[in-house]
Write a protein that binds this ligand. Structure first.
Ligand SMILES: *Cc1c(COP(=O)(O)O)cnc(C)c1O
Length: 339
């Protein structure tokens, strides 16, 4: 029994999901004739109260498309120093859109409206033009932290008065919705574009969706094509998404509860300096000085437990659908015995 807690992307489709995939009605999505893709897109657009949604093979491509739709080369996006679009998308903002990122020094990947105002470039020709604000909920590198919705609203006001676009990287928005008891519609009302992943906590093998307003999404199909993201009989994948949206959202609570248990045990260990407060399914922690991350990782690996290093002395554990109660029991016991 390998306990893989490196990411919530390691899950494999359940029997129910596989059955739904095998039964999918399919067609050529490049002709926009895949009924299951069309159904998934319509479903998500409606769920968020937006006119438009488009299926993508990855969250990275959905985010990169959003950046392209919102900006012109030379412009600047305001985002946190921990942002996925800055850290983990291979420099795509500059490669694909020719834009730069103005990094905000936030807290656990989150910042304030005041920090956004301070990050806006002056309106002079020798500055890069600020045109977009991007936030992530939950924050990945920030340890699955959830934004305060009131702050997100204040940032919307800043975007409105400066005519900026407002994009949400909602790869793990489902976790935030469950943890904070919020609704997709609230987010649909606030943001111009939202990307959501089906392949993280929801347990699908592949898939992300970009949801947005008509005007901004007008060119989304063309950009996705340019990025190489056109798919043909993608209904098999969309069917997994529809299944997950029906069956796998409420259960995220279980992942969050398990993460809380792990936080508690880690906090009690003398070799651990700090555990970031756990709100959802991600636990980020630091080891005491002099204890090497590699040694810690290897010690767990020798007990068939896999976790991941985030660099800078931080380690990450992520709970997910395929992390069973038995595995949980074994993990907690193993951690307690480390001390
Ligand atoms: C996983 C993730 C993405 C998208 O990643 P892909 O692997 O390209 O699907 C985007 N943003 C955040 C915050 C993520 O955690």
């Amino acid at each position: 029994m390998i306990i893989d807690l490196r990411s919530d992307t390691v899950t494999k489709p359940s029997k129910g999901m596989l059955d739904a995939m095998m039964r999918a009605e399919i067609g050529d999505d490049v002709f926009r004739e895949d009924p299951t893709v069309n159904k998934l897109e319509a479903h998500l657009a409606k769920l968020f109260g937006k006119p438009n949604a488009l299926f993508f093979p990855s969250g990275t491509m959905a985010n990169q498309t959003a950046l392209k739709l919102h900006t012109q080369p030379g412009e600047q996006v305001i985002c946190d120093k921990y942002a996925h679009i800055y850290n983990y998308e291979s420099g795509g903002a500059s490669f694909n859109s020719g834009i730069s990122c103005k990094l905000v020094d936030g807290d656990k990947g989150m910042f304030t409206a005041k920090q956004v105002i301070e990050a806006i470039n002056p309106d002079a020709y020798y500055y890069s033009k600020t045109t977009l604000v991007e936030v992530e909920n939950t924050t990945n590198k920030g340890g699955g932290a959830c934004w305060d919705f009131e702050e997100l609203k204040k940032i919307r006001t800043v975007c409105d008065s400066n005519n900026f676009g407002y994009h949400l990287d909602g790869a793990r928005l489902w976790n935030a919705l469950v943890a904070k008891n919020e609704t997709p519609k609230q987010y649909g009302e606030l943001f111009d574009t939202i990307s959501v992943c089906l392949s993280k906590g929801l347990g699908c093998p592949v898939g992300s969706v970009l949801i947005g307003d008509e005007a901004i999404m007008e060119n989304a199909l063309r950009v996705r094509k340019v990025f190489g993201g056109n798919m043909r009989q993608a209904g098999y994948l969309a069917a997994a998404g529809l299944y997950a949206l029906e069956h796998h959202i409420d259960r995220l609570k279980e992942d969050h509860a398990k993460a809380k248990d792990i936080e508690k045990v880690l906090s009690s260990l003398s070799m651990i300096k700090k555990v970031e407060p756990v709100e959802t399914n991600i636990i980020i922690f630091e080891l005491e000085d002099g204890i090497s991350e590699t040694d810690f990782e290897e010690k767990l690996a020798s007990k068939d437990i896999r976790i991941i290093s985030m660099g800078g002395g931080k380690l990450r554990i992520t709970t997910h659908m395929d992390y069973t109660d038995d595995m949980h029991e074994k993990l907690l016991k193993t951690l307690k015995n480390l001390d």
